[in-house]
Design a protein around this ligand. Sequence first.
Ligand code: RIB
Ligand code: CA
Length: 314
Amino acid sequence: MTRPRMIVDCDPGQDDAIALVLAAEHADLVAITTVGGNAPLTDVTANALLTCQLFDIDVEVHAGAARPLVAAPRHAPEIHGVSGFEGPSLPEPERTVASHQGVSFLIETIRAEEGLWLVPIGPLTNIALALRQAPDIANRIAGISFMGGSATVGNHGPVSEFNILVDPEAASVVLASGVPMRMAGLDLTHQFVVDDELEADIRRLNDAEPNQGAVVLADLMANYLTFVGRIRGGERKGGLHDPCAVLAVTHPEVIEFTDRHVDVELNGSLTRGMTVVDQRGDGVGAEPNVAHGHTLDAGAARALVLDAIRRRGS
Ligand code: RIB
Ligand code: CA
């Protein structure tokens, strides 16, 4: 099977970092763009560059939007630390950002090459800006596989998931774009459990042969679990979110999808940022616009992630 060619748009965060490793191992990763999200743009861009350095990922990193379309910027220091990469001791950065024009880069690259996948795993600001500034690109994109939203519970609020909540207006633009979409929402990503056992399995990769990247990811995950434990009354357990959006393209067989109509709430005082996934069934409601991922083969996903970290780390 030919390797899908993709651009990952991210806000590293530990799960973004693992998603980048997976994409580098199983896709033709054309480039990386960054967006303000888990941490401010400068931090997530530095974290993306460090991930490329640690895992020998030889692609350009282009910084995109620092803030949402309309909403005020918001970050997640309580989950990923102020820098977005809190926990490990990190190597001295050796790489530099290719540009600060991530949105223009997306437009130019899609205009130059038809059939690329876009895999946004942070707020959808860059994707929305590209689609708004260049509507002609919509028909040239193979698909958008995004981590965001939920058909059930939220994480930053009762019904809102972080990536969508940060920039609901951007999500609205993307969901209305007509581009084929795959959704990895929390109802799917919570099936990929992050716990101390997974952290230990990642750390153990460094036992077999030197793998500094694995140690850094394990330290990031340990820190994430400590943060999550504080929020969840001591339970050190979370979801490995972002890799699911990559797997939806590189290994769709590990996810079950159902075509659904999905939209986003912009105005509700309690529900702003909620993705409304219409699960009433065939022929009821608006035409489906998203392949909603709802069931994950977590064992297969876990094995793919560990194998990618083992192979690419050094
Ligand atoms: O809600 C989970 C999402 O928010 C993930 O993409 C994580 O990295 C954070 O950005
Ligand atoms: Ca992310």
